[in-house]
Design a protein around this ligand. Sequence first.
Ligand SMILES: *Cc1c(COP(=O)(O)O)cnc(C)c1O
Length: 396
Amino acid sequence: MTTPTLPIYLDYAATAPADARVVEVMQRYLTVDQLFANPASRSHMLGWQAEQVIEQARRQVADAIGADPREIVWTSGATEADNLALIGFMRANRERGLHLVTSTIEHKAIVDTAHALEKEGFEITWLTPGQDGRIEPEQLRAAMRDDTALVSLMAVNNELGSINDISALAAVAHEFGAAFHTDAAQAVGRIPLDVVAQQIDLMSLSGHKTYGPKGVGALYVKRHPDIRVEALIHGGGHERGMRSGTLPTHQIAGMGEAFALMQQQYDEDNVHIMGLQQRFLRGLEGLDGVFSNTPLNDTEKRAVPNILNLAFEGVDGESLLMALRDVAVSTGSACNSASVDPSYVLLGIGTPRSLALSSLRFSFGRFTTEADIDHALTLIRHAVSGLRTPPRQAAD
Ligand SMILES: *Cc1c(COP(=O)(O)O)cnc(C)c1O
């Protein structure tokens, strides 16, 4: 009998495994002999103690982005944080204007939410990034209007790894009296984040992209009279009235621990991941017709090192995915009953349809090893060459 081996996991941008140290912390808050009490319970010590656990995690998450703990609103993830930021802010600030500016390559949690707002009567301007996946401050300036209430542009793109200059973009939004939101789910631990220095008003965060648990996230809401957010989930008035619901102590403590670990080993993690990226790129040098959709090869840091979106010319991405069944990666494409639609993000940066359909996203993390990279490279080289071999002519 053979033991099935796990595929090599190169899909960290979809989700990262939780760090064992995070899981250890999470296990303290569930069972009868532990601190399982409702953190909102005011009538007994167990409730207060659970609340202290929540407040410690709030401080850990706030510290990671240079915020005040009172500015952190717990949510079920970055998706909910994005919904709360966009819908909650636009509804609460109708008198400021009905116009929202965002981009075509945002995560679906922003794109679909903006479409929902459009149906509610808000107006959306969709900025188109350059080939490097970035929105330029001048582009944003040209889109700003007197009635622009909010600008939402992501810090790091989840399919490309491209980095926006959120500080410069926020400055433009503020020049026009608008607030600035950024989805930083992929940015935590990869680029420096400081909501004060970068002048961010709203920031979405996720637990599981940073070795924390799935199902928890947060919205940073700047403490300022102009930054008002209307609740989407009512009942009990938790989180200063912005998000009701019993707080999941284990999830929140896990996210706090994950963010504290991120800060402690920020440099270590990034040096490790940059080494993996270089190794991966070097290993692909012998393979012709490989193009990077991720902006590379420049001194200006335009992309995070943990995401590599690569096009394999002449190879169908779905077939490559099948051939690479021992490597967990993703295509950004969407499968419909009739056909495969290329990634809207790749189309959004002007990648030709055929090349977009030949693209795969590889993403690495804290637990990826050099051996993983080497093994994956062997499998990729073999699969790509195999798929490119012209079909043998029938013998006559
Ligand atoms: C993963 C991700 C999300 C969604 O986060 P969840 O916590 O899974 O809801 C949102 N935005 C970006 C950029 C992401 O990468």
